[in-house]
Design a protein around this ligand. Sequence first.
Ligand SMILES: NC(=O)c1ccc[n+]([C@@H]2O[C@H](COP(=O)([O-])OP(=O)(O)OC[C@H]3O[C@@H](n4cnc5c(N)ncnc54)[C@H](O)[C@@H]3O)[C@@H](O)[C@H]2O)c1
Length: 388
Amino acid sequence: MADMNWNMRTVALGETRYPYFYGYDCMDRIVTSIAAYDADRFIVVTDDNVLARHGESLLPALGAHAPVQVLSLPAGENIKSPANLASHLEEAIASGATRRSVVVAFGGGVPGNLAGVVAALLFRGVRLVHIPTTTVAAMDSVISLKQAINSCSGKNHIGTYHTPEAVYLDVALLRTLGDRELRSGLCEATKNCLAIRPDVVPDLRRVLARGDLAAPDTLLWLLEESLEAKISVTAQDRYEQRTGLVLEYGHTLGHAVELCDQRLRGSAGLSHGEAVMFGMLAAARISAQVGGLTLDDVALHDELAHALGAPLVVPAGLETAEVVGVVRRDNKRGYLPVTGEEAAMVVLDELGTPMGSRELPLVPVPMDLIRETVAGLRTERHGLTLQR
Ligand SMILES: NC(=O)c1ccc[n+]([C@@H]2O[C@H](COP(=O)([O-])OP(=O)(O)OC[C@H]3O[C@@H](n4cnc5c(N)ncnc54)[C@H](O)[C@@H]3O)[C@@H](O)[C@H]2O)c1
């Protein structure tokens, strides 16, 4: 278990390396570290929620070392737009940014991604540091070189790869997250355990059974597990296009349900992590149907989804045909040749071991099986308890 105050792990993505510093109640050390970059200006990209809640813990202290420019927008996925990217770049340049400036991504995955593209494009690339403030950002998006914004027709269509100088996480900042945001990142951490590191499932069960998901030692444990799991598959796969595709477990049906649910319920719809957890319930059933996982493994998925408060059935109002229609346009189509009646999916042979090859952990799954699985997940199931 981590030292509560200050730890460092090296993130390895192919040949690329950067440090990830983390601890509890450590904003003073974070500011001291960032001050050492000798920047002529800090360009802090954030959203209005994060600014209101946590701006005071960063901005005055950072401002003692160099001028700070804050680029903040109302929170939400739709700020990842070309128009906001252009206005952030123009504002940064107009107010005196130079190649010695440092972009500070302060917030969840949304401002983090926008900041990443700003840093990559400003003068063809300036230094970027991440201070993640959500579980999704801390346990997922900052352990990646991918930086992207959305086009009018879809998610993460416009982007590039840019390596941060470092990541700095103060777990204390995560304690102000709403329950939904907290659980979203924990669902992704659970995915890593099921698809990559099943040996730690007993520990995960114990951690979830304790109930207080925002407890600092729970968050530190989940962070270390996410780092371990993600690095183990990306160390040889800088761009997450080969072995790293196992991280897409649960994402085929997850993205489809997320999109359909958000069309129906808008921002009150499922969070990304909840949708991925639901996608794993479907992927586990498909894995069992094609001779991979056992029924006990499927029950384990249900038990963990229940403990995380993720949906166990298709959200009300969503039609099977609509969900399957979105699966047909899934963005993993380009990696594996499939017919119009198949989808390329991560399917598990056993927990921690995907079918396909280590180099390409995707297999074609018949659309009929996907349709039957979604239809089967429309029925309510009760009585799940978390085993310790
Ligand atoms: N490889 C990658 O680059 C990668 C990986 C995973 C996700 N993502 C991206 O991440 C985004 C989702 O990230 P997210 O879930 O962090 O969304 P988000 O950044 O929108 O944050 C969710 C909400 O939490 C609020 N918030 C942030 N920190 C808070 C805090 N400490 N206390 C209280 N409220 C706080 C935000 O203002 C927002 O309302 C998506 O756009 C997704 O595409 C990228």
